[in-house]
Every structure is written in structure tokens, then in C-alpha cells.
Design a binder for this molecule. Structure first.
Ligand code: M6R
Length: 612
């Protein structure tokens, strides 16, 4: 959840560090800092740290005239210790500076040991023990690299680390276990970063470090070592992340940009099926046909918005492919004695590919005996797809706003394709139905664009929502998970308390909450459950509740007192949940604008949740 960047060059690296931290700010934004090597006859380390946004720390670095050819930086999402300057990284122990992403589980034990050796702690962080351990080993005669290799073996937990020392001004070192870290290769300059966006202005050539790796980063070369400290060649990848995808362009917020990118993102995610003229199993990898035809059920594991994508997929997989499908929140699954059928395919869903709970749930599923795994993920080369047998990358492009939007709808598009592939392989989808599903998919980007065109009407509703303190979201069937997603978006970025229910459940309790102050958002597509939903709406109206209804253009809804209706495009059939996601995203976005909250960086949250 924190972001790391480091650089060694023949030029001033401070602008590289600051730009990198700004790009990594989505990973954590409560405090930040950099440490650089001050040149001169006796090099020393200078550090600047600030709570608040990177821009505040950058101004301080500028005012203090920071300038160096070697430095490391960090943007923090607090876990151990509050949001204070003392807890911000880099942490220093007598000439050694380091930045850390992750959590050290045995920090208390290490702290006691180090205190007994005379070390004094200035922060409440788990990270500071690593700095002192490094110093302890350096004092014992280790080089910076061997001190790091010795230190990481004494740690339990997760870490990505970058460390520099005033005693070795020609390089810095780094290590990775459980948190992402890559090395960037430039010409006569090299870098380290949590993700490629941080260094994309300097290089696209990257080495992805593996679990347990350490690396020695010098101006003229990089050497990677495996978990046994043996030199290893991890190969060089050329990143295809585009700079435009990391910049706001004409938009006010990344969330707004990402919501509007959905027709393109969906078009890219379905492109291979459209080009193939159908749904070949190879959409999910070379060996997919053999794996997918042998399974007898599906177990989906995910968190947050990705979990809601999984909930939607369950309706598709059971009704279209005729296979049993269970969906579970990863953080719950990983701690229960779950029933595991080796013939059930484990599908993990993750935008980032590095959510710790999802990763651990995947490992746990394997340990329970699941034989086959598939990852649907938006970030190439991230940890979860790398630990999976089959992989499908959604092509949403970089998603920077903390609120997930285009990653969700593209996950749904990928899950729908998986459903049809399974339906074909298990004899439930014939050529005619396959062609029909392809046709529906072909229309999807257009329908989504049409839904985006409803923005002015939704923005007008948002003005009224902004004054509320709670909201209810209702949906049924395939659209119940979309109601959940709408409620999550609203609470995440507007801080309005919101809950979602299957509309039929209202009378079993939540109806007690309804009065004239409670806005009730209803997702009411023109499907077989519409009449049921209308009855549920009457239950709300009869108690004075105000209804805000997202209906389809082809349904016969009438506005009346207390019943406001916005019509999204013609009913999109089985793909309707994807189209109906757009209005709930826009409602949350415009309500956040009206309330003046920080849309892209809502309080207390971070984009990638790499801690428990
Ligand atoms: O990267 P992942 O999809 O694994 O992330 C899972 C959740 O943390 C994520 O969807 C979260 O709920 C979003 N902030 C929702 O907008």
C-alpha cells in the first residue's frame, strides 16, 4: 500500500524521485519523504519528510535545495504508527536510509533485541527495526548488499525495500518479498520502483523481482540475486504502459477519466473474441481448453469491487454454463476450513493483482487441494496472475483513482466471456447462442457510451444526494451486485453511509430505515424481475421514501411524486449489469464533487491493499 522509488544517475535524481512519488501517490497518501546522498568529501544522507501530499514534501525539498545523483523515496499509507513526520519514511539508522512497503510481523521481537543492543527508536513503525538491523550488520563488517541479505532473513512478513548508505555512495540495494518491486534499466542510470508508472519518463525496460530476490543497483549495471543469494538473470521486459494513461488530460479527476474510458476499455477487453468471431477457450491461455473442459464447478475469490464482479458472474455461470459457482470474500475464505473440490476452478479477480487477501486466499485454495486456478487481472506481471495457472488480462489500462470503475466493468466483460467459453465446453451453449452472445458483446461499448450520455441528469440528482447522510440501493438478481457496487462507490468517495439490499429483502428489516429523508436508489432494468422490483418500490413509497430509479429506455416507467426516473439505454439483456454500473458510478462521482471530497484519494484508503 506504500510506494517506493529509487534512482542512481549522473544527473540530479530529485525530480525523478518526486515525479515517481506523485505517480505512486495512489498507493498511499498520508505522508511522504525522500533521502538523498549529499555529495562532497564526506558524503552524508539528507532527508525530508512531510505529512500530507507529496507536493508538500516536494516544496520542502525544493526550498531546502535538495540535489543529488542517488536517492530513495516513499509515499505512505499508515499501518504501524499514526500519520506523523516521525513515522514517515525514509527511516535512518546512523548513515543508512531505507524505505519499506509491507508489514514486518516479527517487529516487536526484533525491537526488543535491538533495544538490548543499545538502539533507540524514534518512530512507532515496524520499518525502523529494519534500518537498525541493517546498521547492526554493517557495523559488524558486512557490505550494504550482504547486510541486506542477512537482514531480510531475520524478517517475517512482507516487504519491498530500498536501502542506501553514506559509506557506499556508488550504489543502493533493494529486496522483495510479498510486495511488488521492479528495477528499471536506463542508460548509465538505473532505478527501482513499486510499479513502472513511477519511472516511465526515464525508462520502459524493467526487471520484475521475484519473491526473496535482492538486487544491487549501480549506475552502470544491476545484479539480481535469488533467495539463496545466488546471482540470477530475471530477464528484461519492455513495458507497454502509455504515458497518456497515467495523465489526467482534459479531465478533472482520474475517476472521471476512467469512467469515461469504459467504452474503449471494454472494446479492448472484448477485442480478441470479436476478432475470433466467437469465444475460443484460448482467450484464457494456451492450455485453457483442457483445463476448463475438465472442471465441474467454479470458486471465485476476491475483495471489494472485484468481489461484486464475482457475485455477478455467479448468476451468469450457473444460468448460462450450468456449473455450480461459489463466490467468497478472499479475507474470509483464507481463514476457514472451506470445502475444496479439486475439480472446481479457482478464479481470483483483482484489478491490481497484488491484494494480499486475494493472494493468500489463492495460496490457501491450492493448499486445500484445488488443482486449477485462473486469474482475471488488470496489471500485467503482477503477483496474483504470476501465481495462477491460467491468466486473462483485462485491458482497462492503468486505473489510478482509488474507486475502481473501468476495472470492474472490464472484469465483468472477461467473466462473461469465461461463462460462454464454459457453456460451450460443457455443452450448454450451441453455435447459435454463441453468435447471439457475441452480437450482444459487440453492442456493449455503444450501450455504455449511451449510459455515459446520461451524465447531466445524474449530476442534477447528485446535488440532492450531497445533502443526505444515508442512502439505500436496491437491485434484484443480476443487478443486486450492481446495487452493492453503487453503495460502495457512494460511501468510498462521498462518505455518505450507503447500504445495498436485494429489493425483495427490504421488508425483512431494512424497510424500518425508510422515511422521507432516505433516498432509495433502485436499479430497475427491463428484465423478468421488473414487476417484482416495482412492488418493492411501492413498499418504499408507502413509507414516504423518495425513489431514484435507473430504468431502461424500453420499460414503461412513469415519474410521479417522489419517484424520479432516469432511463439508461435499451435493455442490454444478460450484459445489462455492465451498462447499469455506469449511472451508479456517475452518481457517486457527482455527489462527491458536490460535497467537495477528494475523489481520487478518499480518506483512509489506498488503491492497492497489500496488508491484511
Ligand atoms: O486490486 P483489487 O481488485 O484486488 O482490489 C480489491 C479492492 O480493494 C478494491 O476493489 C476496492 O474495494 C476498491 N477501492 C473499490 O472501489
Amino acid at each position: 500500500m506504500c510506494g517506493i522509488v529509487g534512482a542512481i544517475a549522473d544527473r540530479d535524481v530529485v525530480p525523478v524521485l518526486i515525479e515517481g512519488l506523485k505517480r505512486l501517490e495512489y498507493r498511499g497518501y498520508d505522508s511522504s519523504g525522500i533521502a538523498v546522498l549529499e555529495q562532497g568529501a564526506q558524503p552524508d544522507i539528507r532527508r525530508v519528510r512531510r505529512t500530507g501530499r507529496v507536493s508538500e514534501m516536494a516544496s520542502a525539498a525544493d526550498a531546502e535545495g535538495f540535489n543529488s545523483v542517488l536517492g530513495i523515496g516513499h509515499t505512505r499509507w499508515a499501518t504501524h504508527g499514526g500519520v506523523t513526520e516521525a513515522n514517515a519514511h525514509p527511516h535512518i539508522s546512523a548513515g543508512v536510509a531505507l524505505v519499506h512497503n509491507g508489514i514486518i510481523e516479527n517487529h516487536e521481537e526484533q525491537r526488543e533485541k535491538l533495544r538490548a543492543l543499545g538502539y533507540v527508536f524514534e518512530s512507532q513503525t515496524d520499518t525502523e527495526v529494519i534500518a537498525h538491523l541493517m546498521h547492526h550488520h554493517l557495523k559488524g563488517g558486512d557490505s550494504l548488499l550482504s547486510a541486506l541479505q542477512r537482514t531480510v532473513k531475520e524478517l517475517t512478513g512482507a516487504y519491498a525495500l530500498a536501502v542506501m548508505s553514506r559509506a557506499e555512495p556508488d550504489h543502493f540495494v533493494c529486496a522483495r518479498m510479498g510486495c511488488p518491486l521492479l528495477v528499471g534499466l536506463g542508460d548509465g542510470e538505473n532505478f527501482v520502483a513499486s510499479d513502472v508508472s513511477a519511472i516511465i519518463s526515464s525508462t520502459r525496460r524493467v526487471i520484475f523481482l521475484e519473491e526473496g530476490d535482492t538486487a544491487d543497483v549501480r549506475r552502470d549495471g544491476v545484479q539480481v540475486y535469488d533467495a539463496h543469494d545466488q546471482p540470477i538473470d530475471r530477464g528484461v521486459h519492455l513495458s507497454d504502459v502509455s504515458l497518456a494513461s497515467l495523465e489526467l488530460g482534459p479531465y478533472r479527476h482520474f475517476m472521471q477519466k476512467e469512467v469515461h474510458e469504459q467504452p474503449r476499455a471494454l472494446g479492448d477487453t472484448i477485442e480478441a473474441a470479436i476478432d475470433a468471431g466467437g469465444f475460443p477457450a484460448e482467450l484464457f491461455g494456451r492450455n485453457a481448453e483442457a483445463v476448463l473442459s475438465g472442471i465441474t464447478g467454479v470458486q471465485i475469490l476476491a475483495c471489494g469491487t472485484s468481489y461484486y464482479a464475482g457475485m455477478t458472474a455467479r448468476y451468469w455461470i450457473e444460468s448460462i454454463a450450468g456449473l455450480p459457482c461459489n463466490v467468497e470474500i478472499a479475507s474470509e475464505y483464507r481463514y476457514r476450513a472451506a470445502y475444496a473440490d479439486p475439480k472446481h476452478l479457482v478464479v481470483t479477480l483483482s484489478q491490481s493483482g497484488e491484494t494480499l487477501d486475494t493472494m493468500e486466499a489463492l495460496k490457501y485454495a491450492k493448499s486445500l487441494g484445488h488443482l486449477h486456478t485462473l486469474s482475471i487481472c488488470n496489471v500485467p506481471e503482477s503477483a496474483i496472475p504470476r501465481a495462477s495457472e491460467l491468466v486473462c488480462y483485462t485491458r482497462a489500462g492503468a486505473e489510478i483513482g482509488v474507486a475502481s470503475t473501468k476495472a470492474f466493468t472490464t472484469q465483468l466483460a472477461a467473466l462473461f466471456q469465461l461463462t460462454v467459453v464454459l457453456g460451450k465446453l460443457h455443452g450448454r451453449v450451441d453455435a447459435t447462442r454463441e453468435a447471439d452472445y457475441l452480437e450482444q458483446l459487440r453492442f456493449l461499448p455503444g450501450s455504455v457510451q449511451h449510459a455515459l450520455n446520461m451524465e447531466p441528469q445524474i449530476a442534477a440528482w447528485a446535488e440532492r444526494f450531497a445533502r443526505k447522510s444515508s442512502a439505500l440501493f436496491l437491485g434484484r438478481g443480476l443487478h443486486y451486485p450492481i446495487a452493492l457496487e453503487g453503495a460502495l462507490k457512494l460511501k468510498e468517495i462521498t462518505y455518505i453511509h450507503a447500504e445495498a439490499y436485494p429489493a425483495g429483502e427490504l421488508k425483512h428489516g431494512p424497510l424500518a430505515l425508510v422515511d422521507e429523508d432516505m433516498p432509495v436508489v433502485v436499479i430497475a432494468p427491463n428484465d423478468s424481475l421488473l414487476e417484482k422490483v416495482k412492488s418493492n418500490m411501492q413498499e418504499v413509497r408507502a413509507r414516504g421514501g423518495e425513489l431514484f430509479v435507473f430504468a431502461d429506455q424500453d420499460s414503461n416507467f412513469v415519474e410521479s411524486e417522489g419517484v424520479h426516473v432516469i432511463r439508461t439505454p435499451r435493455h442490454a439483456g444478460v450484459l445489462s449489469p455492465i451498462v447499469h454500473t455506469i449511472p451508479v458510478q456517475l452518481l457517486a462521482y457527482h455527489t462527491a464533487l458536490a460535497r467537495g471530497t477528494d475523489v481520487d484519494k478518499p480518506r483512509n484508503l489506498a488503491k492497492s491493499v497489500t496488508v491484511e
